[in-house]
Design a protein around this ligand. Sequence first.
Ligand code: PMP
Length: 308
Amino acid sequence: MPVSETKYIWFNGKFIEWNEAKIHVLTHTLHYGSGVFEGIRCYKTPKGPAIFRLRDHIERLFRSAKAIKIEIPYTIDTLSDAVAETVKVNNLDECYIRPIVFRGYGEMGLNPLGSPVEVAIAVWPWGAYLGEESLKRGVKVKLSPYTRIPKKAFPPNVKVTGIYVNSILAKIDAVMDGYDEALMLDENGFIAEGPGENIFIVKNEVLYTPPDDSTILLGITRDSIIKIAENLGYKVEKVNVDKDMLYNADEAFFTGTATEVAPICEVDGRRIGDGKPGKLTIKLQQEYLKIVRGENLDYEFWLTYVNR
Ligand code: PMP
């Protein structure tokens, strides 16, 4: 589906028209994947649009930049304000938000340090990443033949553009085989994550998710779900999950900013539980959606309102 265009993009400190946000073909990041990015959502709430866990996302953007030695020429506060402003000038109630920091046009070759650092923030309306139906009926997943890039090759807890080719390979392979989504294993054969999602399984009402030091991005939705589940009285264990644990789980689901909370109903043609979205999954999904929509004020500290 093509991106739904909005009016303005924040580009190096200024708002410009959507169609004017252009770059040179010799942009360093286009060739070598030397950029970092974030994916954030803004939801409609009773008090106007609110961005979910904005500061956590911007802090992760700075951590990603540090990992590849990019010095972002703005502060965390400036970029957080710029994100909120971008939502505001585009007059949107709900949207996806994509900040990207990249190495621009200057020098070629693998040493990126001579290329300028550029920053853009785009926002656009974007429904559930795996489809609206995915939230209700669940998704069919294929265990990917592509291993998640091992830690020894690249730090997993960063959103660096080039690294997403690993996810792209897994995604294409799964989609071409008729599945909704892929699930990547780590180099030791444990479950790592989806191309753009973290995973949880449920067995006997206990939640399991791969540990913080495993080969995964530490998702902000993952962290939110852990806190929400624990506050509801459920136990969450961060442990290595193998294929058997997954196949024999009562429930499984993906989490991610774009994906939200998507039940997994099948893996490699094997039903998870009874093949329908699990009870606890649905409960957590509904709780999450209430929180992001500002309907549970116990979690209001996660929201940044965009005052119009
Ligand atoms: N893993 C990967 C590889 C991702 O790209 C994403 C999306 N950012 C996630 C997990 C989920 O992270 P979050 O909940 O912060 O969106």
